[in-house]
Design a protein around this ligand. Structure first.
Ligand code: NAD
Length: 213
């Protein structure tokens, strides 16, 4: 497969959301034009993005909504119920653990912290464990993904520990760039960075189309 641009993956998530709404409405067929309109890109872009993964449409007929939805979910690794842990059960970690939508797609196995005030609490579906138990839980419960919500200064050492313990992916909420072996996939989430970007695009409206692309 050709190297897939990051922006393509971001757009696949948007196409999937549009397809889910169509399926809920009982729709069976769609087109690259309709998907483009619903997600704010061009039909050419939709076709190009999907072409990375093989051709799912039929010329003149378009796409079958449930088929394309299923394919996109598979490409994005959804429906596999990846097993997750959250490291850093402070304000953000607890809010994430308590989010009911998480369990639709993922299995939250445990939360970890170093603060004796927090350890032992039940948050959402999990009990907060001491950090000392991290390696044991990752191994015994076959944990694949770590959500990292520790203070910035702790992010790199804790991420290294997660990588050594065997997790395959880290969703990093700390505002720092992690340095890890290639075998670990890292995605960064940063709403403060999002606000900074928003400020730029509010001050420079003509660049907004680029942002949507
Ligand atoms: P917090 O202080 O409320 O929580 C941090 C928790 O991590 C605490 O419970 C603390 O005891 C624990 N902790 C400290 N060292 C640890 C370690 N080595 N191992 C395990 N747990 C440890 O902070 P918060 O407001 O929840 O923010 C957490 C992180 O998320 C920070 O890095 C913050 O900058 C970041 N953040 C990111 C976003 C975003 O959009 N990505 C939003 C808010 C906060």
């Amino acid at each position: 497969m050709a190297k897939v641009p990051d922006a393509t993956i971001t757009r696949l998530v948007r196409y999937l959301r549009a397809l889910e709404r169509m399926e809920e409405a009982g729709r069976v067929r769609t087109s690259s034009e309709e998907l483009a309109q619903l997600t704010g890109v061009t039909a050419f872009q939709v076709r190009k993005d999907l072409a990375y993964f093989g051709s799912y449409g039929t010329r003149g007929v378009g796409y079958t909504v449930p088929v394309l939805r299923r394919e996109l979910r598979q490409i994005l690794g959804l429906g596999r119920k990846w097993r997750l842990i959250i490291v850093g059960m402070g304000r953000l970690g607890q809010a994430l653990a308590d989010y009911p939508g998480l369990s639709d797609e993922y299995e939250l196995v445990a939360g970890f912290d170093v603060d004796p005030e927090v350890i032992g609490r039940t948050v959402g579906p999990v009990r907060v464990e001491p950090l000392d138990r991290l390696e044991e839980v990752v191994r015994d419960r076959h944990v694949e993904v770590g959500l990292l919500t520790v203070p910035e200064a702790q992010a790199q050492p804790v991420a290294e520990r997660l990588a050594r313990a065997g997790v395959r992916g880290i969703l990093n909420f700390a505002p720092t760039v992690l340095n890890l072996p290639d075998k670990v996939a890292v995605e960064n989430v940063d709403f403060m960075a999002g606000l900074s970007r928003l400020g730029f695009f509010m001050l420079n409206p003509k660049w907004r189309e680029e942002m949507m692309g």
